[in-house]
Design a protein around this ligand. Structure first.
Ligand code: GTQ
Ligand code: FE2
Length: 349
């Protein structure tokens, strides 16, 4: 190409930039890469060494009431805010006698209980108890308040689609006039109605979120123990189940998929990657996760991020249980889920 032509092109690009016009051919590989480029970093948080002491410090500095929510957000170093581009992971603590006041928002939330007992979350005025290992749902636009009458503090993981919903420009929220939303249904009503392998005779109208607000750990753990006896281990995932909406069989929330996984002692998984952004919390046991070029040694309640399209392998020294959640529910609806196992072609094409 002549110098003259190059000069004319550069001048043109400069003039176009001033008018808010970008020639696609100058940014083609960035705009339409041949495969996804991870949009955040693998990152790890040590629960016992870092998160837990930080929460107790916050417990001395601010009440749940004044803070609205006493929550520490886990920030991905590659992002201004958020744990991944689509999801937030945060850890919440509530102390004896405290109330985190009622509000609602268009973001969906899940909670996975870490430690303590006897707290509750109320969802549209239906109390649900929270105990270690339980998965609790707070679907979008449901009023929710949390409280604790019994002794000692309680800590849980919050998983929300805040970055995704904010990015889509669809965030609304409001506070309730009173601290607690008035009791509207008996405690555990939704679990009895929808979550015991039973359903109301009629009407059964499926919703975009699961009508079950609590998936207790003993049920979850028993399922893993029973299934391990078949010895049908997935080479990448060990034994991995997804929490589901009993009305539709779909994921529990319209944007967020949640999973529980057992890696047997000595498990050494095959590499796997997908277009999901995933947040993992170890529940039991010890092992390692190789995520991209990082290696994380995990123990109970440690948390790590698996960015989109990043090769990951899992290993367990002793039986390990992992809770995880991802944006897969959104990706599947948009027909954007693709996955790949080592030595296999990509699926979903
Ligand atoms: O408990 O309602 O971590 O609204 C972030 C936003 C928790 C909550 C978070 C929330 C909550
Ligand atoms: Fe909330």
């Amino acid at each position: 190409m002549s110098d003259n032509l190059q000069r004319m092109r550069d001048a043109y690009y400069g003039r176009m930039a001033q008018r808010g016009l970008t020639p696609l051919w100058t940014v083609m590989t960035e705009a339409v890469p041949s495969e996804p480029v991870a949009n955040c970093e693998p990152v790890f948080w040590d629960f016992a060494a870092d998160i837990r002491p930080a929460l107790f410090e916050a417990g001395e500095l601010i009440s749940a009431e004044e803070a609205q929510r006493r929550v520490l957000m886990l920030n991905n170093p590659a992002l201004q805010r958020g744990t991944t581009k689509t999801l937030l992971c945060a850890i919440q603590m509530i102390k004896e006698g405290e109330i985190a006041p009622a509000h609602r928002h268009t973001q969906s939330a899940l909670r996975f209980v870490i430690e303590g007992g006897g707290a509750y979350t109320a969802i549209n005025g239906e109390k649900t108890s929270m105990n270690p290992g339980d998965l609790i749902l707070t679907p979008a636009w449901f009023w929710h308040d949390h409280g604790k009458d019994s002794k000692g503090p309680m800590i849980w993981l919050d998983g929300l689609d805040i970055p995704l919903v904010n990015h889509l420009g669809a965030t609304f929220s409001e506070e309730f006039d009173e601290r607690r939303y008035p009791e509207a249904r008996p405690a555990e009503d939704s679990r009895a109605r929808y979550g015991s392998g039973l359903l109301p005779l009629e009407p059964v109208v499926s919703t975009s979120h699961s009508p079950v607000f609590r998936y207790p750990y003993d049920t979850t753990r028993q399922a893993l123990e029973a299934l391990r006896r078949t010895n049908e281990w997935d080479p990448c995932h060990g034994l991995k189940l997804r929490y589901s909406n009993p009305l539709s069989g779909e994921f529990v929330l319209p944007t967020i998929a949640a999973f529980i996984q057992l890696l047997p002692r000595g498990f050494s998984g095959a590499p796997y990657r997908s277009t999901e952004s995933t947040i993992v919390m170890a529940v039991e046991g010890r092992g390692r996760a190789h995520v991209g070029n990082r290696t994380f040694s995990f123990g109970p309640h440690d948390i790590f991020v698996i960015p989109n399209w990043t090769w990951t392998t899992l290993e367990a020294d002793v039986d390990a249980v992992l809770f995880s959640y991802s944006d897969r529910a959104a990706l599947e609806k948009l027909a954007l889920l693709r996955q790949q196992r080592s030595n296999e072609a990509r699926s979903g094409m």
